[in-house]
Design a protein around this ligand. Structure first.
Ligand code: F3S
Length: 416
């Protein structure tokens, strides 16, 4: 792999051990994946932030790198933590866990992440980290990666945790995978005959297509969606997140909607490979059924995976206004969204019903059992997938209305 004179010097340790270590990681990834050179990146998004996931070993790894002088040289944002960094006690976290989680965030802040004031979220694109069309970036969170590639037309692979930190330190990523135009062509044509209406319907569609696609690049036709229509970005957000969870989808196209598929598929400029596979989706029920455990009683409803936009918070407020919930209903979002929800009265409506909004946090990477929850309902396929597979608890995946009804009854009746 070709390295510039400056990159070679970094690799030789001439800029210090922290940069040398970062260059070793970036160069190793480039060599593994057959990259010919490195690309400059000005935006990075880091995952691996939950103390529950990284533990003492991960915190030591970060602390040592910072002690060596590691500082980011790109606009860098942080994935969610396990808890609301202010209201963690209300969620049931212990002071000891909260202290450790705070140390993780402080360590990233000392690296310069978020200019020293990180906003933990899996929706950095809603928080000003908004790459341009065609811009090379290095993002780690799978739902953000698929959104950046597909909806914004930026170019990123699914970076791993240390790889993203290394990319932020040297401002470089290796030129392979989805950075290359030839790998951005649709390879799976998905004809949608079913009519997804709600956000959870898009999530169910994504769950099923992700399972079929695995690493393919889906090209959707027939989706009842247009740029600028109601909730179109939220629908694409949840569609992509689900495909990234049940498959390894990091890029998809929607005919006439996403930026690389705005023009019809024709000849040499085609965004759909001449030899592609095809599937047809006639029914959304299999997508819902895929992520439903056989339990009826639930002890938590979780909304906000990926982190909710203010519009999504307003949908929750509408759904619970005037109700009394029997089990907790938690909405997760970025801190500025929570602040806005408080300022415009949405938080008060949700709280009056017995729900709560928690910033910074992702429930799937929290020690959910220790918080007292074993059966969680959610309108997010990705949320259900990770609750099962990361948190190891029972999950129900249903519409927002069904989840709210379940929060009232403490029960989500199995209909599929
Ligand atoms: Fe975000 Fe956690 Fe879901 S990181 S996409 S809220 S699993």
């Amino acid at each position: 792999m070709h390295l510039t004179t400056e990159e070679q010097a970094w690799l030789a340790g001439e800029a210090g051990s922290a940069i040398r270590r970062a260059m070793e990681i970036v160069a190793a990834l480039g060599n593994i994946y057959g990259a010919t050179h490195l690309l400059p990146v000005q935006r990075v998004q880091i995952s691996g932030v939950s103390y529950r996931n990284i533990g003492a070993a991960g915190l030591d790894f970060l602390t040592n790198w910072v002690a060596e002088g590691a500082r980011v040289h790109a606009s860098t944002t942080l994935n969610p933590t396990a808890m609301d960094m202010r209201d963690w006690a209300e969620q049931g976290f212990s002071p000891d866990f909260a202290k450790k989680q705070q140390q993780v965030v402080d360590t990233f802040a000392r690296m310069g992440v978020g200019s020293g004031y990180p906003i933990p979220t899996c929706t950095p694109y809603l928080m000003g980290n908004h790459p341009e069309f065609g811009e090379h970036i290095a993002w780690a969170e799978s739902s953000a990666v698929v959104y950046a590639n597909s909806v914004l037309g930026a170019r990123t692979n699914r970076e791993g945790g240390p790889g993203a930190i290394a990319a932020a330190i040297v401002g470089r990523t290796a030129a392979y995978g989805l950075h290359l135009p030839e790998n951005r062509i649709g390879t799976l044509k998905v004809t949608v005959n079913a009519i997804p209406r709600t956000l959870s319907d898009y999530s169910a569609l994504g769950a099923w297509v992700g399972k079929a696609a695995h690493r393919a690049v889906p090209y959707f036709v027939g989706l009842p969606l247009s740029r600028g229509s109601a909730l179109w970005e939220e629908k694409l957000k949840t569609l992509g997140a689900a495909m990234a969870a049940t498959g390894a989808v990091a890029l998809y196209h929607v005919a006439g909607v996403t930026p690389e598929a705005l023009t019809p598929v024709t000849g040499a400029r085609s965004i759909l490979a001449a030899t592609h596979t095809e599937i047809t989706i006639d029914d959304l029920a299999p997508g819902y059924a895929l992520l439903n455990d056989p339990v009826e009683d639930i002890d938590l409803v979780w909304i906000g995976c990926p982190h909710a936009s203010l519009l999504e918070v307003s949908l929750v407020a509408q759904a619970v206004a005037g109700l009394r919930l029997r089990v907790p209903l938690w909405v997760t979002c970025a801190r500025p969204v929570k602040d806005a929800a408080i300022a415009c009265g949405l938080a008060a409506v949700i709280e009056a019903a017995g729900g709560r909004i928690f910033a910074d946090a992702c429930i799937a990477i929290a020690p959910v059992r220790d918080l007292g929850f074993e059966r969680v309902a959610t309108p997010s396929a990705k949320g259900a997938y990770y609750l099962r597979n990361l948190a190891g608890i029972a999950a129900r995946f249903a519409s927002l209305e069904q989840c709210v009804e379940a929060a009232i009854k403490g029960k989500l009746e199995i209909k599929n």
